[in-house]
Design a protein around this ligand. Structure first.
Ligand code: BDP
Length: 599
């Protein structure tokens, strides 16, 4: 069984990779009757649906756009003749939120969790040198025992409605590419690298997971030339005069892993790695033992038309915009993104705080309101659903770390966003989550989580778990909105109370921002106007200067993004520094000036 492999698909001498993206068949199944009625053999009626994309963006009627429940996808593909000693696997980048996979009418796999990849072995169900029918039963209901958390309401007419305890649209569907893979039966399942920097050399500790007893051979190449080579499932490669990876010079080595038996190469996997260390010391974040200040954004995978479906052009434009205004970091709020974001960040020298989809751990339909101002205690971590939720949380932590651990861009794991942290129940819950992440990450990267306003210094039970604090704060928006003078006083007061705790760890602002309409100008600046957004950021930057323990500022949000319908959301959340079509609002220039002035 190789089901846990998180390696990104590739095509090489030993592995083949065919992408099955395109127009698939699609059908809703509000009565959940498809399985009984034989839909695994083919959908009786359908519309055509692009993959990858969110289905919601393709419909012009509100029922379809807001649909919650079961729905189906189907496609056909031809499979070559089976090669000896190979396995045939289908790899799904993400299917939101849960699904069953059928091949030629047979159930071949199932998965829960809409933001991480999974593999399905199709050896037994596949028809080789023939056409095959791939059918998926997907479901996008929300509950308190899954990530992200929410609830599903059943209306009197039987319609289901998803209520996320989070502020982004419950986009659903096949959001990332589907890969048909032929893999050697004896193969490499995963590998991990970590680094020790010594004078004029680096030690690359490499661990390879495989069930094969063949010899593991690992080679590092620098600019195409051999830099180091070793054998064994666990070994140290010594690189003399290493070319380190950092934000200004994101140098990548090539790593080649091979399984060799009797002089025959059984499997081969090539990747790119960056040699760098990341650590927290006192109030500093250290990249290669040098302090680094985080500048950038909280983001979403979100765009019109594609919804949450990955699209290269959008990702490329986002990187271009972030680079243009001097950013060096982003948080994958509120879930792990498509792997291609991390590959691009590795190449372009961006730092990533990688977030597990643990959002909405506070019982509230408008989480952002509760989080922004005085929300009530909801006893979230005392519920009987918590053990099941925790199991999924740990699974997601495991999959995220195994998937992303070798990206030099990933500098920290964010293990939650804005949960209700004020109870001892929350402490016990997150203590286990943090211990687990530390245990399984070979690099033992810093772990953190984003705290909202109710996690006050006097009440919070979880701040002692993190390596650096991440604050989400909305002084000047949800608190003292429209009165930046009062907002600043309250903001300084809270910061001073945190400072008084002498935590001696870095503080990073992972959210601060205000909704701004790209076409509204007002003098003097008032809420929603471009002028207000500028003044809002200027106030924060002024305050940050007075607190040297603040080592990062990630603005909320990079771009306007889609949310559920709500009285405080006008065509979604408008806190973007860029509009949803990625054009700068006025504040983008303030950020550019400010970030370019910080080394
Ligand atoms: C915070 C959430 C974020 C929201 C933001 C907001 O972490 O997801 O979008 O507030 O209200 O509570 O804009």
């Amino acid at each position: 069984m190789h089901k846990d492999s998180m390696l990104y698909p590739q095509r090489n001498q030993k592995r083949s990779d065919t992408i099955l993206d395109g127009l698939w068949k699609f059908s809703f199944d509000p009565a959940s009757c498809g399985e009984k009625e034989g839909w695994p053999n083919g959908l009786p009626s359908f519309v055509k649906m692009p993959v990858p994309a969110s289905f919601q963006e393709m419909f012009t009627d509100i029922q379809s756009r807001e649909y919650c429940g079961d729905y189906w996808y189907e496609t056909d593909f031809y499979l070559d003749e089976k090669k000896e000693n190979t396995d045939t696997v289908i790899r799904f980048g993400s299917v939101t939120h849960r699904c069953k996979v059928f091949l030629n009418g047979k159930l071949v796999g199932q998965h829960e969790g809409g933001f991480l990849p999974f593999n399905v072995d199709i050896n037994d169900a596949a028809k080789y040198d023939d056409e095959n029918k791939l059918v998926l039963l997907v479901n996008n209901e929300l509950s308190e025992e899954m990530l992200p958390c929410g609830a599903t309401e059943v209306k009197p007419d039987g319609r289901k409605v998803a209520h996320g305890y989070f502020d982004f649209f419950n986009y659903s569907g096949i959001h990332r590419s589907v890969h048909l893979l032929t893999l050697p039966a004896e193969r490499i399942d995963n590998y991990a690298v970590s680094f020790t920097l010594e004078e004029n050399r680096a030690v690359v500790h490499c661990t390879v997971e495989t069930e094969s007893n063949a010899q593991v051979v690992i080679a590092l190449k620098q600019d195409g030339k051999a830099a180091a080579q070793e054998q064994g499932k666990e070994c140290d490669l010594i690189v003399e005069n290493p070319h380190l990876w950092d934000t200004k010079d994101p140098y990548l080595y090539e790593i080649e892993l091979q399984l060799v038996k009797d002089n025959e190469v059984l499997d081969l996997y090539r990747d790119k790695i960056g040699i760098r260390t990341i650590a927290v010391k006192g109030t500093k974040i250290l990249l290669n033992n040098k302090p680094v200040y985080l500048k950038g954004y909280g983001k979403h995978e979100d765009a019109s038309m594609f919804g949450r479906g990955f699209n290269y052009a959008i990702a490329a434009r986002d990187f271009a915009c972030m680079k243009w205004n001097g950013a060096n970091c982003f948080r994958t709020s509120h879930y792990p993104y498509d792997e291609k974001w991390y590959q691009m960040a590795d190449e372009q020298g961006f730092l990533i705080i990688d977030e597990v989809p643990a959002v909405g751990m506070m019982r509230s339909m408008h989480n952002y309101v509760a989080a922004g101002s005085g929300g009530k205690y909801t006893g979230f971590f005392e519920s009987e659903t918590v053990p099941r939720l925790k199991k999924r949380h740990l699974e997601a932590v495991k999959d995220m770390i195994r998937r992303d651990q070798n990206h030099p861009s990933v500098i920290a794991w964010s293990l939650f966003n804005e949960p209700e942290t004020t109870s001892t129940y929350a402490h016990a819950y997150f203590k286990d989550v943090f211990d687990y992440a530390k245990k399984i990450d070979q690099q033992v990267r810093p772990c953190t989580g984003a705290f909202e306003k109710n996690s006050k210094p006097e009440l919070c039970q979880c701040y002692m778990l993190v390596d650096f604090m991440c604050f989400n704060r909305y002084y000047g928006w949800y608190i003292s909105g429209g009165d930046l003078k009062e907002a600043e006083e309250k903001f300084r007061d809270e910061l001073s109370r945190w400072r008084a705790k002498n935590l001696n760890i870095p503080f990073v602002f992972t959210e601060f921002g205000c909704d701004t309409l790209g076409d509204v100008h007002e003098l003097p600046g008032r809420m929603w106007s471009q002028e207000y957004q500028r003044e809002y950021y200027e106030m924060y930057f002024k305050v940050f200067r007075d607190y040297p323990e603040i080592q990062g500022e990630l603005v909320w949000n990079f771009a306007d993004f889609m949310t559920g319908q709500a009285i405080m959301r006008v065509g979604g959340n408008r806190k973007g520094v860029f509009t949803r079509d990625r054009q700068p609002k006025d504040a983008a220039y303030i950020l550019k000036q400010h970030w370019e002035s910080i080394e």
